[in-house]
Design a binder for this molecule. Structure first.
Ligand code: C2E
Ligand code: MG
Ligand code: MG
Ligand code: MG
Length: 290
């Protein structure tokens, strides 16, 4: 009982924990109006062809420039936004901003193969908003070709999808938009099931890549992770699905992923998420290597 008592007191009086709770409350209070105040911004992280190292597309990643707490990463507020429903408005802003930016890049750099833009979509956007209408509207407004828009959903958002989520995915796919499964391998990875959904791309979770040896020693067969990834990539390809590896940080990891047959990679080895002007500079240089 002494322990339980101690825990209880710690819970009540720990100042750090209390500050954390107050920050959380302050964030959720200001979240709803933050879109209108223009406090969100997007960074873009290159997605690179494993074979040639060329940028094929970029993933849009949201940041919150909070007047009180400074720049916040999405892990500080996306879950909150999903809880209170403000993700619908935020998600709409992210989608429109990313599509407009992509189209601007295409028009400003006609000599470079057009980049696709990949946008994260929260499960609640499948349920609580008319995502299909939003996407159709933004494609019409911007003139962005549908195949240059990729939408990333997590496994848990689409697994077991029946009814509405499946209809939404199908309608988006029928429009020509590409559907990607984000953080693949962290949930109930059922590729057989996924093959029945209109999925174009699997994004292998960073946990797989992290399991790879740090340096490529060219030694004997790698650990279990590598065997599993190789099998996953083969199966995905047989199903007509391409594979992107997340969190590629070393040349050794990249070499292994390339050998295994991953199509594209994303990670600090190539580039961190950057502001849009950095992508513009890359395109202006003509040869889109990050
Ligand atoms: P995600 O979609 O899996 O995005 C990849 C995350 O991994 C990003 O974190 C990126 O900065 C980070 N990352 C990229 N390369 C590396 C690497 O080599 N090593 C390591 N350690 N990390 C790397 P970020 O920007 O903090 O975003 C975190 C998550 O927040 C995203 O994970 C996504 O689930 C969510 N998110 C971001 N933007 C949005 C958005 O606009 N809408 C929604 N619904 N979720 C978003
Ligand atoms: Mg993502
Ligand atoms: Mg991811
Ligand atoms: Mg991830």
């Amino acid at each position: 009982w002494a322990k339980a008592d101690g825990r209880a007191r710690w819970t009540l009086f720990d100042p750090e924990r209390n500050a954390h709770r107050m920050t959380r409350q302050a964030l959720s209070r200001t979240l709803r109006s933050a879109v209108e105040r223009g406090e969100f911004a997007l960074e873009y992280q290159p997605l690179v062809g494993m074979e040639d190292g060329q940028v094929r597309g970029v993933e849009a990643l949201v940041r919150w420039h909070h007047p009180q707490f400074g720049t916040l990463a999405p892990n500080r507020f996306i879950a909150l936004a999903e809880e209170d429903g403000s993700i619908v408005q935020l998600g709409r802003w992210v989608l429109a901003t990313a599509c407009r930016q992509a189209r601007r890049w295409h028009l400003e750099h006609p000599g470079v193969p057009p980049l696709f833009v990949s946008v994260n979509v929260a499960v609640r956007q499948l349920w609580d908003s008319d995502l299909v209408a939003d996407v159709a509207a933004v494609l019409a407004e911007t003139g962005l070709p549908p195949h240059l828009l990729q939408l990333e959903l997590t496994e848990s958002a689409v697994m077991g999808s029946a009814g509405r989520p499946l209809q939404v995915l199908q309608a988006l796919s029928d429009m020509g938009v590409h559907i990607a499964i984000d953080d693949f391998g962290t949930g109930y990875s059922n590729l057989a099931y996924l093959s029945r959904l209109p999925v174009k791309v699997l994004k292998l979770d960073g946990a797989f890549v992290r399991g790879f040896p740090y340096e490529d020693t060219g030694g004997p067969a790698g650990p279990a992770d590598e065997v599993i990834v190789e099998a996953l990539v083969k199966l995905a390809h047989r199903l007509g699905i391409t594979v992107t590896a997340e969190c590629v940080e070393t040349t050794g990891q990249a070499a292994r992923l390339r050998r295994i047959g991953c199509d594209t990679g994303q990670g600090w080895l190539y580039s961190r998420p950057v502001t849009p002007d950095r992508i513009s500079a890359l395109l202006a240089a003509g040869c889109p290597q990050p």
